[in-house]
Design a protein around this ligand. Structure first.
Ligand SMILES: [Fe+2]
Ligand SMILES: [Fe+2]
Length: 474
């Protein structure tokens, strides 16, 4: 008999749940097939210094040690149950939190879980080639950590599908392994997860911007009245923090290195900066504009009856729902959204229930602005007169009230022609991509060495030294 605690670490009593065992035993080989095909390229013999979650106890969720990548133990963990937990918002507010799926919400809930689950393998697919151009062993280890945890997040959603949704759930779990990021015939569900992640600048931007969308979606689902979903998402959030750390510090280290080189050589012109083999600040700004705008679209339409239904039904809450001081029903509340009227962007109040996507997007933007402020300090500390800015919320949007409009990065409504004339001042142009690519033609993997275009991090992983052997190539 399989020892499930060993093979699939879990706190869902998998060893005693025959139905779930059968479903997962069927799915697991397909998952491994997907990992071999679409997981990190050429990583199969590497031993990587990874953290693995083996329990939800404080000392169990981050066990560090060398792991041969395909032998990573993808586990299933839910935050321990609070027997007194209630549905905290919507029309069911005050009822005991649901331990089984309410029949009337079955298909909606399945859709919500599948949409979240689909993003997890997508990002692994988007990042699979980056190992061959890593700037250091430390960074290589970090991308692998992100990848295995996104794999575990897929397991987390598949567990819910298998355990609570019967045959439909099993079919959805298989489809999650069949879609492919960027595939014309069978793409991933959400737009940003079909964009390529061609280089490490894009990777750090992705983990800063798009993994943070993941955080906000998980936070909203962690409020769900469907308790198993809430508890699953709570636990996933512990891992998500590291992904955003990788992104924020990655960009910060690139900026730091660029500033050092600019100061050291007294150059400011982007072409002089590039001649010295680092990434010029305007290129970083253009990547930022791209990743920010495609990630804003992930929150959906500004005004959405689906969002209202999810909330009213108690399925998806607001960011920090239980910390908010209002009636948690929102029947009479209003919230401002933007729209374009007669060539101008205007604010207008709409029923708060319909504006919940916009509200979550605004919460996200606040946190993003803080992070960009920290990057700015690196530039300021170097004494370089360059400002990194967040583009206007309406810039380069394809979903919601701004879709179909041509908004400049500082929020002017333009004609299509004028916008196109400026497009490559605001978004990465083919030249930018080619330059960044040219810096990353090979990988840097000598312990303690870093590529010229990025500064070393302030400290190593799990208090290890920077010249620690984070990856053994065998
Ligand atoms: Fe994730
Ligand atoms: Fe993530």
């Amino acid at each position: 008999m399989i020892n499930y605690t060993e093979k699939i670490p879990n706190n869902v009593d998998l060893g005693r749940d025959r139905v779930l065992q059968r479903a997962l035993e069927h799915w697991q080989p397909a998952y491994m097939g997907w990992w071999y095909d679409m997981g990190p390229n050429e990583s199969h013999n590497y031993e990587v210094y990874l953290r693995t979650a083996t329990s939800v106890e404080p000392d169990g969720w981050a066990q560090f040690g060398y792991v041969r990548m395909p032998d990573y133990r993808w586990g299933i963990f839910l935050q321990p149950r609070d027997e007194k937990r209630e549905v905290n918002f919507g029309i069911h507010k005050g009822q005991a939190a649901w331990q089984e799926v309410p029949g009337e919400y079955r298909s909606t809930l399945r859709r919500v879980i599948v949409t979240q689950g689909d993003t997890e393998p997508a990002s692994v697919e988007q990042q699979r080639m980056l190992g061959s151009s890593c700037p250091s062993m430390y960074d290589l280890r970090n991308i692998f950590q992100v990848n295995v945890e996104e794999g575990r997040h897929l397991w987390a959603m598949v567990y819910l599908l298998h355990r609570y949704f019967g045959r439909d759930g099993r079919e959805e779990a298989e489809s999650l392994l069949a879609r492919r990021s960027g595939d014309a015939d069978n793409p991933r569900i959400l737009g940003a997860f079909n964009e390529p992640t061609p280089d490490w600048l894009a990777f750090y931007m992705f983990t800063f911007f798009t993994d943070r969308d993941g955080k906000f979606q998980l936070c909203a689902l962690a409020e769900s009245g469907f308790d198993p979903l809430a508890r699953t998402c709570r636990f996933m959030l512990t891992e998500e923090a590291h992904h955003m750390f990788v992104g924020e510090t990655g960009i910060s280290r690139i900026i730091q290195r660029t500033c050092e080189v600019m100061k050291g050589n007294k150059v400011e012109d982007p072409s002089d900066v590039r001649a010295l083999g680092v990434i010029d600040l305007p290129t970083i700004q253009r990547y930022l504009n791209f990743h920010y705008s495609v990630t804003l679209d992930l929150y959906g339409s500004d005004v959405s009856s689906n969002a209202a239904n999810y909330y009213t039904s108690g399925l998806k809450g607001r960011f920090r729902e239980t910390k908010l001081d209002d009636d948690h029903v929102l029947a009479d509340a209003e919230y401002p959204v933007s729209e374009v009227v007669g060539g101008k962007i205007v604010a207008k109040n709409v029923p708060a229930l319909t504006a919940l996507n916009e509200r979550l997007r605004d919460d996200y933007i606040d946190e993003i602005a803080d992070g960009v402020g920290r990057w700015q300090r690196v530039i300021d500390n170097a004494g370089i007169p360059f400002r990194l800015t967040l583009p206007h919320k309406g810039f380069h949007r394809e979903i919601g009230n701004f879709a179909g409009h041509f908004i400049s990065s500082d929020g002017e409504v333009l004609s299509e022609e004028t916008w196109k004339n400026h497009e490559f001042e605001w978004l990465p142009n083919p030249n930018d991509y080619a330059y960044v690519q040219s810096l990353m033609s090979g990988r840097v993997v000598e312990p303690g060495k870093f590529a010229n275009w990025i500064a070393p991090p302030a400290r190593g992983i799990n208090n290890q030294h920077l010249n620690f052997e984070y990856v053994r190539f065998n």
